[in-house]
Ligand binder design. Structure first.
Ligand code: NAD
Length: 355
């Protein structure tokens, strides 16, 4: 039976990069005899212009019924004056809530051909191949909060961090399952020397680990993890952590990769999972046909892996990307003397040629 993929191009460069990813998915489908169907839906500023809302009900319903969602990016200066509740970025929050996207997966893999773009020394980034599994719907971002109150005559504010055992079990299981598809090592990151939620987190992750004897578990405090990512990032396989720590560590890890245009992500849902590059809609280059499509193409590979269980097809896409880069093709964001300059279409074709 055909697998249904909802494609949400969104705004800015969204239609250019999702167009590339669909071309690559289609070529991969032909090679691996997969039947994929694509349904295009609006979200973000484009949807606001057409329907007066950044996330039409019809888009959300189509996503719920799909096997996977491929998302471009939303936002742009054009909608800066739109009232906050209707801004394009609200579409992302609506999809997170509507699809129950409880975990964010951010792989960081630095191919030798790309080591020069990292702010770290090439010797340090060589061999980096890690994934951060971040809890996305709990913790301090979603706890009770107080914007302002009187406390012994002074003003104070507070945010409450809480995690329940089932919330931690769910994300821990995902991390262990993810590790099984990789090198089989999980590092759980917390602040158990200070925070009660972290102590429950650590205890629950250890308990959950008993069902995964083939996976190695170790724990790190978040401050140490932030340092280790900068001094020895190649030591990590899967890092699992809560919402706040994951937000910060996943951006730190993304920088190690060197180029924002290259990084994919997956948000794993209870109903459907959503795949998108980590960058935004890049309004400064939209419509010029020069955007780097690789972050979105690799997001398509993640869709094949996590939503369609097509590991071989996912690896074929990742290998094709590495080979296109090894051939010397670079989009404008990465190009310098000595490389072959590619626009979005040329880069897409270079990847397809290796499939
Ligand atoms: P951005 O990621 O869109 O762009 C930052 C810089 O990186 C720009 O110079 C851009 O040209 C460049 N860049 C980004 N992706 C690229 C690619 N694929 N190829 C080549 N260059 C690329 O971030 P921003 O400028 O801060 O935000 C622009 C808009 O995107 C804002 O409205 C913001 O709210 C929105 N945004 C959306 C998402 C999302 O949809 N998930 C994420 C981040 C930002």
């Amino acid at each position: 039976m055909a697998k249904k993929i909802v494609v949400i191009p969104g705004d800015g460069i969204g239609s250019e990069i999702t167009g590339s990813a669909v071309e690559v998915l289609q070529k991969t489908a032909e090679r691996f005899s997969l039947e994929l169907e694509y349904e295009y839906k609006d979200a973000g500023g484009t949807a606001y212009d057409k329907f007066g809302t950044p996330l039409p009900e019809d888009t959300l319903e189509a996503c719920k019924a799909a096997d996977g969602v491929l998302f471009g990016a939303v936002g742009g200066d054009k909608w800066d004056s739109v009232e906050p509740a209707l801004r394009p970025e609200k579409a992302i929050l609506g999809l997170r809530k509507g699809l129950g996207l409880y975990a964010n997966l951010r792989p960081v893999k630095v191919a030798d051909t790309l080591a020069e773009y990292s702010p770290l020394k090439p010797a340090l980034v060589s061999g980096v191949d890690l994934v951060i599994v971040r809890e996305l719907v709990g913790g301090i971002y979603f706890g009770d909060k107080c914007e302002s109150e009187d406390f012994n005559g002074t003003e104070r504010a507070w945010d409450l961090e809480n995690y329940s055992v089932p919330e931690v079990q769910r994300i821990a299981r995902l991390a262990f399952e993810t590790a099984r598809l990789r090198s089989g090592r999980v590092t759980s990151v917390d602040k158990a020397n200070v925070l009660a939620t972290s102590r429950l987190w650590r205890r629950t992750v250890a308990e959950t680990a008993k069902a995964y004897p083939d996976v190695e578990l170790n724990n790190l405090y978040v401050d140490n993890c932030a340092m280790q990512l900068a001094v020895r990032p190649a030591q990590f396989d899967v890092i699992v952590t809560g919402n706040l720590f994951g937000d910060i560590l996943s951006d730190e890890a993304a920088v190690i990769g060197g180029s924002i245009g290259m990084m994919p992500s997956a948000s794993i849902g209870e109903l459907t999972s959503l795949y998108e590059p980590i960058h935004g809609s890049a309004p400064d280059i939209a419509g010029k046909g020069i955007a780097n499509p690789i972050g979105t193409i690799l997001s398509g590979a993640m869709l094949l892996r996590y939503s369609l269980n097509e590991e071989a097809a996912a690896q074929a896409v990742e290998k094709a990307v590495e080979e296109a880069l090894a051939d010397g093709w670079r989009t404008a964001d990465l190009w310098h003397e000595g490389f072959k300059k590619a626009d979005t279409q040329t880069m897409t074709k270079a990847v397809i040629d290796h499939l």
